[in-house]
Design a protein around this ligand. Sequence first.
Ligand code: SAM
Ligand code: SF4
Length: 393
Amino acid sequence: MVNEDCVWTLPNVIIWDMASMWQFHLRRWRCETVQCGTVKLRVHSPNPENGPRSIGAVKVLRISVTDRCNYRCVYCMPADGVAWLPKDELLTFEEIAAVAGAASRIHGIRRFKLTGGEPTLRRGIVDLVYLLSRTGAVDDLSLTTNGQLLPDLARPLREAGLDRITVSLDSLRPDRFLKITRTGDLATVLRGIDRAVDAGIDSIKINCVVMRGVNDDEAADFARLTLDRPVTVRFIEYMPLGESAVAVDEIGPRGGCGAQQRGDVFVAEDEIRSRIEGEMGELEPVDRATESGVGPAVVYRVPGAVGRVGFISAMSKPFCSTCNRLRLTATGVLRSCLFEGGEVDIKPILRGHSPGAADDVADQLAQAMVDCVRLKPETHSYHGNEQMSRIGG
Ligand code: SAM
Ligand code: SF4
Protein backbone atom coordinates (compact mmCIF):
# COMPACT_ATOMS: atom_id res chain seq x y z
CA MET A 1 0.00 0.00 0.00
CA VAL A 2 1.63 3.24 -1.09
CA ASN A 3 0.84 6.48 0.69
CA GLU A 4 0.96 8.87 -2.24
CA ASP A 5 0.64 11.90 0.05
CA CYS A 6 3.84 11.17 1.82
CA VAL A 7 6.40 12.70 -0.52
CA TRP A 8 9.34 14.57 0.92
CA THR A 9 11.23 17.21 -0.96
CA LEU A 10 14.91 17.19 -0.20
CA PRO A 11 17.84 19.33 -1.22
CA ASN A 12 19.20 18.12 -4.55
CA VAL A 13 20.92 14.78 -4.08
CA ILE A 14 22.96 13.28 -6.89
CA ILE A 15 23.56 9.54 -7.04
CA TRP A 16 25.75 7.79 -9.55
CA ASP A 17 24.72 4.29 -10.49
CA MET A 18 28.16 2.87 -11.27
CA ALA A 19 26.71 -0.14 -13.13
CA SER A 20 24.79 1.93 -15.65
CA MET A 21 26.72 5.20 -15.27
CA TRP A 22 23.40 6.97 -15.02
CA GLN A 23 23.21 10.01 -12.84
CA PHE A 24 20.07 10.36 -10.76
CA HIS A 25 19.18 13.82 -9.53
CA LEU A 26 16.89 13.17 -6.61
CA ARG A 27 14.66 15.77 -5.19
CA ARG A 28 11.72 13.66 -4.06
CA TRP A 29 11.63 10.50 -2.06
CA ARG A 30 8.38 8.65 -1.74
CA CYS A 31 7.35 6.99 1.46
CA GLU A 32 6.02 3.49 0.97
CA THR A 33 4.06 2.16 3.91
CA VAL A 34 3.85 -1.61 4.09
CA GLN A 35 1.16 -3.47 5.95
CA CYS A 36 3.25 -4.63 8.89
CA GLY A 37 3.74 -1.01 9.81
CA THR A 38 7.40 -0.74 8.91
CA VAL A 39 8.31 2.02 6.54
CA LYS A 40 10.69 1.79 3.67
CA LEU A 41 11.89 4.55 1.42
CA ARG A 42 11.85 4.14 -2.31
CA VAL A 43 14.03 6.33 -4.47
CA HIS A 44 11.84 8.26 -6.85
CA SER A 45 13.59 10.02 -9.68
CA PRO A 46 11.84 13.25 -10.67
CA ASN A 47 13.33 13.19 -14.13
CA PRO A 48 11.49 10.83 -16.51
CA GLU A 49 14.51 10.92 -18.80
CA ASN A 50 16.47 8.80 -16.30
CA GLY A 51 16.21 5.07 -15.68
CA PRO A 52 15.31 2.07 -17.83
CA ARG A 53 11.79 3.33 -18.51
CA SER A 54 13.16 6.27 -20.42
CA ILE A 55 13.82 6.03 -24.12
CA GLY A 56 17.21 7.64 -23.49
CA ALA A 57 18.30 4.45 -21.73
CA VAL A 58 17.62 2.27 -24.77
CA LYS A 59 20.79 1.43 -26.65
CA VAL A 60 19.77 -1.71 -28.54
CA LEU A 61 16.76 -2.75 -30.59
CA ARG A 62 16.47 -6.52 -31.01
CA ILE A 63 14.62 -7.28 -34.20
CA SER A 64 13.05 -10.71 -34.68
CA VAL A 65 12.72 -11.47 -38.39
CA THR A 66 10.93 -14.83 -38.21
CA ASP A 67 9.33 -17.21 -35.72
CA ARG A 68 10.46 -20.26 -37.73
CA CYS A 69 13.37 -22.46 -36.83
CA ASN A 70 15.23 -25.47 -38.15
CA TYR A 71 15.97 -26.61 -34.56
CA ARG A 72 13.54 -27.46 -31.79
CA CYS A 73 15.69 -26.74 -28.75
CA VAL A 74 14.09 -28.40 -25.75
CA TYR A 75 14.08 -25.21 -23.71
CA CYS A 76 12.63 -23.07 -26.47
CA MET A 77 10.14 -24.97 -28.65
CA PRO A 78 7.89 -28.00 -28.51
CA ALA A 79 9.11 -30.97 -30.57
CA ASP A 80 6.30 -30.64 -33.07
CA GLY A 81 2.96 -29.04 -33.65
CA VAL A 82 4.32 -25.51 -33.70
CA ALA A 83 1.85 -23.17 -35.39
CA TRP A 84 3.87 -20.80 -37.57
CA LEU A 85 2.78 -17.25 -38.12
CA PRO A 86 1.28 -16.50 -41.54
CA LYS A 87 3.97 -14.97 -43.77
CA ASP A 88 1.98 -11.84 -44.56
CA GLU A 89 1.98 -11.01 -40.86
CA LEU A 90 5.76 -10.72 -40.81
CA LEU A 91 7.20 -7.26 -41.21
CA THR A 92 8.72 -6.66 -44.62
CA PHE A 93 12.35 -5.56 -44.92
CA GLU A 94 11.20 -2.03 -45.79
CA GLU A 95 9.06 -1.93 -42.64
CA ILE A 96 11.95 -3.17 -40.52
CA ALA A 97 14.20 -0.52 -42.05
CA ALA A 98 11.59 2.15 -41.29
CA VAL A 99 11.55 1.14 -37.62
CA ALA A 100 15.35 1.07 -37.43
CA GLY A 101 15.52 4.45 -39.14
CA ALA A 102 13.06 6.04 -36.68
CA ALA A 103 14.87 4.49 -33.71
CA SER A 104 18.17 5.81 -34.95
CA ARG A 105 17.28 9.27 -36.20
CA ILE A 106 14.84 10.23 -33.47
CA HIS A 107 16.15 8.36 -30.43
CA GLY A 108 19.80 7.76 -31.27
CA ILE A 109 19.40 3.96 -30.98
CA ARG A 110 22.07 2.80 -33.43
CA ARG A 111 22.68 -0.81 -32.38
CA PHE A 112 20.51 -3.54 -33.84
CA LYS A 113 20.46 -7.29 -33.28
CA LEU A 114 18.71 -9.57 -35.78
CA THR A 115 17.19 -12.62 -34.18
CA GLY A 116 14.27 -15.03 -34.44
CA GLY A 117 13.29 -17.93 -34.49
CA GLU A 118 16.27 -18.66 -36.62
CA PRO A 119 17.06 -15.43 -38.51
CA THR A 120 19.12 -17.16 -41.20
CA LEU A 121 15.94 -18.94 -42.32
CA ARG A 122 14.31 -15.68 -43.32
CA ARG A 123 14.53 -15.58 -47.10
CA GLY A 124 16.78 -12.70 -48.16
CA ILE A 125 18.42 -12.23 -44.75
CA VAL A 126 21.64 -11.13 -46.50
CA ASP A 127 19.65 -8.45 -48.35
CA LEU A 128 18.18 -7.23 -45.07
CA VAL A 129 21.67 -6.92 -43.58
CA TYR A 130 22.75 -5.03 -46.69
CA LEU A 131 19.71 -2.73 -46.51
CA LEU A 132 20.14 -1.93 -42.82
CA SER A 133 23.88 -1.44 -42.97
CA ARG A 134 23.49 1.06 -45.84
CA THR A 135 20.80 3.22 -44.20
CA GLY A 136 23.27 5.36 -42.27
CA ALA A 137 21.14 4.53 -39.22
CA VAL A 138 23.33 1.76 -37.87
CA ASP A 139 26.60 1.77 -35.91
CA ASP A 140 26.52 -1.87 -34.91
CA LEU A 141 24.62 -4.69 -36.61
CA SER A 142 24.75 -8.16 -35.13
CA LEU A 143 22.90 -11.44 -35.50
CA THR A 144 22.08 -14.29 -33.11
CA THR A 145 21.94 -17.68 -34.80
CA ASN A 146 22.00 -21.38 -34.09
CA GLY A 147 24.81 -21.55 -36.65
CA GLN A 148 23.41 -24.38 -38.74
CA LEU A 149 23.44 -22.34 -41.95
CA LEU A 150 26.54 -20.32 -41.11
CA PRO A 151 29.04 -22.30 -43.22
CA ASP A 152 27.37 -20.90 -46.35
CA LEU A 153 26.11 -17.61 -44.97
CA ALA A 154 29.00 -16.27 -42.88
CA ARG A 155 30.86 -14.65 -45.76
CA PRO A 156 27.81 -13.16 -47.56
CA LEU A 157 26.55 -11.78 -44.26
CA ARG A 158 29.90 -10.21 -43.52
CA GLU A 159 30.17 -8.76 -47.01
CA ALA A 160 26.66 -7.33 -46.66
CA GLY A 161 27.76 -5.42 -43.57
CA LEU A 162 27.23 -7.66 -40.52
CA ASP A 163 29.54 -6.56 -37.68
CA ARG A 164 29.14 -9.24 -35.05
CA ILE A 165 27.65 -12.65 -34.50
CA THR A 166 26.38 -14.68 -31.55
CA VAL A 167 26.10 -18.44 -31.95
CA SER A 168 23.99 -20.53 -29.59
CA LEU A 169 25.79 -23.71 -28.61
CA ASP A 170 24.66 -25.79 -25.65
CA SER A 171 26.91 -28.81 -25.87
CA LEU A 172 30.30 -29.72 -27.29
CA ARG A 173 29.30 -33.38 -27.54
CA PRO A 174 27.61 -34.29 -30.84
CA ASP A 175 25.05 -36.73 -29.40
CA ARG A 176 24.04 -34.42 -26.64
CA PHE A 177 23.91 -31.46 -29.00
CA LEU A 178 21.49 -33.39 -31.18
CA LYS A 179 19.31 -34.28 -28.21
CA ILE A 180 19.11 -30.70 -26.98
CA THR A 181 18.42 -29.17 -30.40
CA ARG A 182 16.50 -32.24 -31.66
CA THR A 183 17.82 -31.63 -35.19
CA GLY A 184 21.20 -29.86 -34.99
CA ASP A 185 24.59 -31.02 -36.21
CA LEU A 186 27.46 -29.89 -34.02
CA ALA A 187 30.19 -30.26 -36.65
CA THR A 188 28.30 -27.97 -39.02
CA VAL A 189 27.91 -25.29 -36.36
CA LEU A 190 31.61 -25.46 -35.45
CA ARG A 191 32.46 -25.17 -39.14
CA GLY A 192 30.14 -22.16 -39.33
CA ILE A 193 32.02 -20.46 -36.49
CA ASP A 194 35.33 -21.08 -38.31
CA ARG A 195 33.87 -19.62 -41.51
CA ALA A 196 32.71 -16.55 -39.61
CA VAL A 197 36.26 -16.03 -38.31
CA ASP A 198 37.67 -16.56 -41.83
CA ALA A 199 35.16 -14.06 -43.20
CA GLY A 200 36.52 -11.41 -40.85
CA ILE A 201 33.75 -11.33 -38.24
CA ASP A 202 36.08 -10.69 -35.37
CA SER A 203 33.58 -10.40 -32.54
CA ILE A 204 32.05 -13.79 -31.90
CA LYS A 205 30.02 -14.74 -28.87
CA ILE A 206 28.81 -18.19 -27.92
CA ASN A 207 25.62 -18.52 -25.86
CA CYS A 208 25.18 -21.60 -23.70
CA VAL A 209 22.00 -22.24 -21.73
CA VAL A 210 23.04 -24.32 -18.73
CA MET A 211 20.69 -27.07 -17.55
CA ARG A 212 21.22 -29.43 -14.64
CA GLY A 213 21.66 -33.03 -15.61
CA VAL A 214 21.77 -32.02 -19.26
CA ASN A 215 24.94 -30.01 -19.93
CA ASP A 216 26.04 -28.51 -16.60
CA ASP A 217 29.03 -30.88 -16.56
CA GLU A 218 30.37 -29.04 -19.63
CA ALA A 219 30.71 -25.58 -18.08
CA ALA A 220 34.49 -25.85 -17.73
CA ASP A 221 34.81 -27.31 -21.25
CA PHE A 222 33.04 -24.24 -22.61
CA ALA A 223 35.27 -21.95 -20.57
CA ARG A 224 38.27 -23.81 -21.97
CA LEU A 225 37.25 -22.69 -25.48
CA THR A 226 38.30 -19.18 -24.48
CA LEU A 227 41.88 -20.16 -23.60
CA ASP A 228 43.22 -19.69 -27.12
CA ARG A 229 40.29 -18.17 -29.02
CA PRO A 230 39.14 -14.54 -28.92
CA VAL A 231 35.53 -15.53 -28.25
CA THR A 232 33.22 -14.67 -25.36
CA VAL A 233 31.33 -17.68 -24.03
CA ARG A 234 28.22 -16.53 -22.19
CA PHE A 235 26.45 -18.82 -19.78
CA ILE A 236 22.72 -18.13 -19.75
CA GLU A 237 20.44 -19.09 -16.91
CA TYR A 238 17.47 -21.04 -18.11
CA MET A 239 14.29 -18.92 -18.20
CA PRO A 240 10.81 -20.48 -18.12
CA LEU A 241 9.05 -19.01 -21.13
CA GLY A 242 6.00 -20.05 -23.10
CA GLU A 243 4.61 -23.52 -23.47
CA SER A 244 7.68 -25.43 -24.53
CA ALA A 245 7.69 -28.01 -21.76
CA VAL A 246 9.15 -31.39 -22.72
CA ALA A 247 8.72 -34.86 -21.35
CA VAL A 248 10.83 -35.31 -18.25
CA ASP A 249 13.14 -37.97 -19.59
CA GLU A 250 13.56 -36.60 -23.05
CA ILE A 251 17.11 -35.28 -22.84
CA GLY A 252 18.59 -36.35 -19.59
CA PRO A 253 17.91 -37.51 -16.10
CA ARG A 254 15.75 -34.54 -15.31
CA GLY A 255 14.41 -33.31 -18.63
CA GLY A 256 14.20 -29.79 -19.96
CA CYS A 257 11.95 -26.80 -19.91
CA GLY A 258 8.96 -28.19 -18.09
CA ALA A 259 11.16 -29.64 -15.41
CA GLN A 260 12.69 -26.26 -14.70
CA GLN A 261 9.46 -25.04 -13.24
CA ARG A 262 9.88 -27.68 -10.59
CA GLY A 263 13.32 -26.29 -9.93
CA ASP A 264 15.11 -29.36 -11.29
CA VAL A 265 16.95 -28.06 -14.32
CA PHE A 266 17.75 -24.52 -13.30
CA VAL A 267 21.41 -23.82 -12.45
CA ALA A 268 22.23 -20.42 -10.99
CA GLU A 269 25.26 -18.37 -12.01
CA ASP A 270 27.08 -18.90 -8.70
CA GLU A 271 27.04 -22.65 -9.18
CA ILE A 272 28.17 -22.46 -12.82
CA ARG A 273 30.93 -20.13 -11.81
CA SER A 274 32.22 -22.31 -9.01
CA ARG A 275 32.24 -25.32 -11.32
CA ILE A 276 34.48 -23.39 -13.72
CA GLU A 277 36.69 -21.97 -10.98
CA GLY A 278 37.06 -25.41 -9.43
CA GLU A 279 38.79 -26.58 -12.61
CA MET A 280 40.38 -23.44 -13.99
CA GLY A 281 41.13 -21.04 -11.16
CA GLU A 282 39.45 -17.86 -10.01
CA LEU A 283 37.83 -15.83 -12.79
CA GLU A 284 39.23 -12.34 -13.27
CA PRO A 285 36.76 -9.47 -13.73
CA VAL A 286 36.96 -7.71 -17.09
CA ASP A 287 36.18 -4.04 -17.63
CA ARG A 288 32.75 -4.08 -19.30
CA ALA A 289 33.68 -1.12 -21.48
CA THR A 290 36.22 -3.27 -23.34
CA GLU A 291 33.58 -5.81 -24.35
CA SER A 292 31.92 -5.40 -27.74
CA GLY A 293 28.19 -4.73 -27.66
CA VAL A 294 26.24 -3.44 -24.70
CA GLY A 295 24.62 -6.69 -23.59
CA PRO A 296 23.61 -7.67 -20.07
CA ALA A 297 26.45 -10.14 -19.45
CA VAL A 298 28.85 -9.67 -16.55
CA VAL A 299 32.20 -10.56 -18.05
CA TYR A 300 35.32 -12.33 -16.72
CA ARG A 301 38.47 -13.96 -17.99
CA VAL A 302 39.87 -17.38 -17.13
CA PRO A 303 43.45 -16.75 -15.92
CA GLY A 304 45.71 -16.52 -18.98
CA ALA A 305 42.87 -16.85 -21.51
CA VAL A 306 42.61 -14.94 -24.78
CA GLY A 307 38.81 -14.84 -24.73
CA ARG A 308 36.25 -14.18 -22.04
CA VAL A 309 33.41 -15.78 -20.18
CA GLY A 310 30.20 -13.98 -19.31
CA PHE A 311 27.08 -14.68 -17.32
CA ILE A 312 23.56 -13.63 -18.22
CA SER A 313 21.68 -14.34 -15.03
CA ALA A 314 18.21 -12.94 -15.43
CA MET A 315 16.78 -15.35 -12.85
CA SER A 316 19.27 -15.21 -9.98
CA LYS A 317 20.49 -11.65 -10.58
CA PRO A 318 17.87 -9.70 -12.53
CA PHE A 319 19.36 -6.71 -14.32
CA CYS A 320 16.07 -4.87 -14.98
CA SER A 321 17.33 -1.64 -13.43
CA THR A 322 19.99 -1.38 -16.13
CA CYS A 323 17.94 -2.80 -19.00
CA ASN A 324 18.93 -0.97 -22.19
CA ARG A 325 16.93 -2.76 -24.87
CA LEU A 326 13.66 -2.86 -26.68
CA ARG A 327 12.38 -5.80 -28.68
CA LEU A 328 10.49 -5.90 -31.94
CA THR A 329 8.68 -9.14 -32.73
CA ALA A 330 8.52 -10.51 -36.26
CA THR A 331 4.90 -9.37 -36.51
CA GLY A 332 5.64 -5.78 -35.57
CA VAL A 333 4.94 -5.64 -31.85
CA LEU A 334 7.28 -3.66 -29.63
CA ARG A 335 7.86 -5.56 -26.41
CA SER A 336 9.12 -3.89 -23.28
CA CYS A 337 10.36 -7.08 -21.57
CA LEU A 338 11.43 -10.58 -22.47
CA PHE A 339 9.20 -11.91 -19.72
CA GLU A 340 5.79 -10.30 -19.25
CA GLY A 341 5.80 -6.58 -19.84
CA GLY A 342 3.65 -4.25 -21.84
CA GLU A 343 3.58 -4.27 -25.64
CA VAL A 344 2.80 -1.73 -28.33
CA ASP A 345 1.64 -2.94 -31.73
CA ILE A 346 3.27 -0.77 -34.41
CA LYS A 347 2.03 -2.66 -37.46
CA PRO A 348 -1.02 -0.38 -37.78
CA ILE A 349 1.38 2.56 -38.00
CA LEU A 350 3.57 0.83 -40.58
CA ARG A 351 0.61 -0.30 -42.69
CA GLY A 352 -1.22 3.01 -42.54
CA HIS A 353 -4.11 1.82 -40.37
CA SER A 354 -3.45 3.88 -37.27
CA PRO A 355 -5.75 6.77 -36.36
CA GLY A 356 -3.02 9.34 -36.96
CA ALA A 357 -1.78 7.76 -40.18
CA ALA A 358 -1.58 11.11 -41.88
CA ASP A 359 1.13 12.15 -39.43
CA ASP A 360 4.71 11.32 -40.16
CA VAL A 361 5.17 7.57 -39.74
CA ALA A 362 8.63 7.99 -38.23
CA ASP A 363 7.27 10.28 -35.52
CA GLN A 364 4.54 7.81 -34.68
CA LEU A 365 7.01 4.94 -34.52
CA ALA A 366 9.28 6.98 -32.29
CA GLN A 367 6.37 7.82 -29.97
CA ALA A 368 5.40 4.14 -29.82
CA MET A 369 8.94 3.36 -28.64
CA VAL A 370 8.63 5.96 -25.87
CA ASP A 371 5.26 4.50 -24.86
CA CYS A 372 6.60 0.94 -24.87
CA VAL A 373 9.68 1.61 -22.82
CA ARG A 374 7.49 3.21 -20.14
CA LEU A 375 5.78 -0.17 -19.74
CA LYS A 376 8.92 -1.94 -18.58
CA PRO A 377 8.21 -3.70 -15.29
CA GLU A 378 10.26 -2.72 -12.27
CA THR A 379 11.44 -6.32 -12.01
CA HIS A 380 10.55 -9.00 -14.51
CA SER A 381 7.90 -11.59 -13.75
CA TYR A 382 10.23 -14.67 -13.67
CA HIS A 383 7.89 -16.42 -16.07
CA GLY A 384 7.10 -15.50 -19.66
CA ASN A 385 3.84 -15.81 -21.54
CA GLU A 386 5.55 -16.27 -24.90
CA GLN A 387 8.16 -18.78 -26.00
CA MET A 388 11.57 -17.33 -26.79
CA SER A 389 11.45 -18.17 -30.49
CA ARG A 390 8.52 -15.76 -30.87
CA ILE A 391 10.34 -12.90 -29.12
CA GLY A 392 13.91 -13.40 -30.23
CA GLY A 393 15.74 -13.77 -26.93
N1 SAM B 1 17.70 -19.17 -33.13
C1 SAM B 1 18.67 -18.25 -32.69
C2 SAM B 1 19.56 -18.84 -31.63
O1 SAM B 1 19.22 -19.88 -31.08
O2 SAM B 1 20.58 -18.24 -31.34
C3 SAM B 1 18.12 -16.92 -32.22
C4 SAM B 1 16.88 -16.94 -31.39
S1 SAM B 1 17.02 -17.73 -29.82
C5 SAM B 1 15.38 -17.57 -29.22
C6 SAM B 1 17.97 -16.53 -28.90
C7 SAM B 1 18.62 -17.04 -27.66
O3 SAM B 1 17.62 -17.37 -26.72
C8 SAM B 1 19.48 -18.27 -27.83
O4 SAM B 1 20.78 -18.02 -27.35
C9 SAM B 1 18.79 -19.31 -26.99
O5 SAM B 1 19.69 -20.22 -26.40
C10 SAM B 1 18.10 -18.46 -25.96
N2 SAM B 1 16.95 -19.11 -25.31
C11 SAM B 1 15.87 -19.63 -25.92
N3 SAM B 1 14.99 -20.11 -24.99
C12 SAM B 1 15.56 -19.88 -23.78
C13 SAM B 1 15.15 -20.14 -22.45
N4 SAM B 1 14.00 -20.72 -22.18
N5 SAM B 1 15.99 -19.76 -21.46
C14 SAM B 1 17.17 -19.16 -21.72
N6 SAM B 1 17.59 -18.88 -22.97
C15 SAM B 1 16.81 -19.25 -23.99
FE1 SF4 C 1 15.48 -22.28 -32.67
FE2 SF4 C 1 17.06 -20.61 -31.35
FE3 SF4 C 1 14.81 -21.53 -30.23
FE4 SF4 C 1 16.85 -23.19 -30.61
S1 SF4 C 1 16.85 -21.36 -29.28
S2 SF4 C 1 14.70 -23.61 -31.11
S3 SF4 C 1 17.71 -22.46 -32.45
S4 SF4 C 1 14.93 -20.23 -31.99
